[in-house]
Design a protein. Structure first.
Length: 154
């Protein structure tokens, strides 16, 4: 920008006020970008936990389908009975307890601390049994913890 100085010569450059205004505009823009970045990180973490919850619930549904004679009601904790590949030497209840133990260990590994998992079995309309698998986990900044619930019938 060209300006005339009081002596009649031309001066080139920006004034200090113009530079300060430009800095303020850039700072506000950078704060907005930082806020969006933090929001993206938080939502990305939430998406990872939700995906893990869906995978874990589906895993337990498959375990229940593979061992329909076992008892899968409550919140575990199960016992590691070393039942492998359907447990040739394991009874259905032992296999169910083994499934609980392995599933809860996987839940502890993939979900945040203080996550909970429950399975509710509705035996009111035999021979159909309805199961509801619910996984709940804490999320910072949310009043109520998010959860995922999967309903299935045998």
């Amino acid at each position: 920008m060209l300006r005339r100085s009081p002596g009649g010569t031309r001066a080139r450059g920006f004034t200090l006020i113009e530079v300060l205004v430009a800095l303020v505009v850039m700072a506000v823009g950078m704060l907005g970008i930082a806020s969006l970045y933090l929001y993206g990180l938080r939502e990305g973490r939430s998406a990872v936990y939700r995906t893990a919850a869906v995978t874990l619930a589906s895993d337990m549904a498959d375990r229940i389908r593979a061992n329909p004679a076992g008892t899968y009601d409550g919140a575990g904790p199960g016992a590691d009975n070393s039942c492998v590949n359907g447990g040739v030497d394991c009874a259905p209840e032992e296999l169910a307890a083994d499934d609980w133990a392995r599933w809860l260990a996987d839940l502890d590994e993939r979900m945040p601390q203080d996550s909970t998992a429950t399975i509710e079995a509705d035996l009111s309309a035999p021979p159909i049994v309805e199961y509801r698998i619910t996984i709940t986990w804490p999320e910072p900044g949310q009043a109520a913890p998010p959860s995922y619930s999967l309903a299935m019938q045998l």
